[in-house]
Design a protein around this ligand. Structure first.
Ligand code: ATP
Length: 363
């Protein structure tokens, strides 16, 4: 059978292990030899023991674990052609020309560049006597399929990325704990959640926690937000509301692009309302812990489909990313989705919020 390599790259998220598990097992079920590459592209470039032949039992008891058991790394060498040539050599040596990459848009972009260069890289390796003519011919194409792991849900083309649902559970648990104290003491809590380029986590948690105010990258508040926020808190306090929660996404800003941080919000409330507030920055608490049931099943569905897709691929196949659309697992062209994601990020940066929302779709 064919060999297929599976690796995780970029920031980790809950469910990456579930996707790895499903990919490995589907590959074995279909009669292929799966490899796991440790430490993402770094392991692919370095070779050696970073390539692990996977057995059915290699991925037992990992579906619930956060992070990724095979490691993830940023790899500067893979950004250079020389690094990618080393990676190509390491793959061909092991009869691998099919890759499942579980990562973010950067990792998927890297995979696509690698795929485009692949035959040229093999030509060079052949000329240098590092691979044989037979290898050159047998592995003439590189087949790539992407699966998106990201807690931010910041990838265009899928309803949900692997890890976002678990992050929502973590944030909800934290808010519920904070809320009891806030309620008892009539306090104002300001909570920072992740999402540099996407307000998904902030918006959802804002709604489900009955937050008073939400700051997120796609929807900068009117310039008089200081007054509006304080008036709202004041009015609600007078109306008997004891609990105040304000959610701030990492990437929030005002209409001029000036960052709105938890510290700034705290200062506004102190200066204008003369009221103390408490800041909670959830940070990496949102990333880890036990994987939610939803992320486990999403990871299973996506990981399995990715391997089926990569084993079906021929020289004429457009590389795809596996996505969730209306609760169906689908394949869509990888580069179209990556380009849309990058265009949405650019739109956010340049202050074209409507465009960013249009590209990303409704949550
Ligand atoms: P996250 O959403 O967590 O940021 P990501 O996959 O976007 O995940 P990146 O740090 O952008 O994370 O990319 C991970 C790795 O992918 C990089 O360290 C690099 O090795 C590879 N990579 C990213 N972009 C490219 C590129 N343009 N060319 C080659 N390799 C790339």
């Amino acid at each position: 059978g064919q060999s297929v390599a599976i690796f995780t790259s970029g920031g980790d998220s809950c469910g990456m292990n579930g996707a790895l598990r499903a990919s490995v097992r589907m590959a074995i079920y279909l009669g292929s030899q799966p490899y796991m590459i440790r430490e993402g592209y770094q392991g692919m470039v370095e070779g050696g023991e970073h390539f692990v032949k996977a057995k059915w039992s290699s991925v037992s008891s990992i579906i619930h674990l956060g992070g990724t058991i095979i490691g993830s790394a940023r790899c500067a060498e893979f950004m250079q052609r020389e690094g990618r040539k080393k990676a190509a050599f390491n793959l061909v040596q092991r009869d691998i020309n099919r890759l499942v990459v579980i990562g973010g848009d950067g990792s998927l972009t890297g995979a696509n560049i690698f795929r485009q260069e692949w035959s040229g890289l093999l030509d060079e390796l052949l000329a240098e006597g590092k691979i044989t003519t037979q290898q050159r011919e047998k592995y003439v194409d590189l087949h790539v399929v992407g699966v998106v792991g990201s807690i931010d849900n910041d990838f265009c083309g899928t309803d949900l990325t692997i890890g976002a649902n678990t992050a929502l559970h973590r944030i909800t648990e934290a808010i519920d704990s904070i809320a009891s104290t806030a309620y008892s003491h009539k306090r104002i809590f300001i909570l920072e959640v992740m999402g540099r380029r996407c307000g998904f986590l902030a918006m959802i948690t804002g709604i489900i926690s009955e937050a008073d105010y939400v700051f997120c990258p796609e929807a900068p508040p009117p310039m008089d937000w200081h007054d509006r926020l304080c008036e709202k808190l004041q009015k609600e306090g007078e109306g008997g509301q004891r609990l105040h929660i304000i959610i701030v996404a990492e990437g929030a800003s005002d209409l001029n692009g000036e960052p709105i941080t938890v510290e700034i919000v705290k200062k506004v409330i102190l200066d204008k309302l003369k009221r103390e507030s408490r800041i909670t920055v959830l940070g990496h608490v949102q990333r880890g812990g036990a994987t939610s049931a939803y992320d486990r099943i999403l990871a299973c569905r996506m990981g399995a489909e990715a391997v089926v897709a990569v084993l079906e691929a021929t020289g004429n196949t457009t590389p795809v990313v596996v996505v969730l659309t209306n609760n169906q697992i689908e394949r869509i062209p990888l580069m179209g989705a990556v380009e849309r994601t990058q265009a949405a990020n650019e739109a956010l940066k340049s202050g074209d919020w409507a465009k960013a929302i249009a590209l990303r779709g409704v949550f």
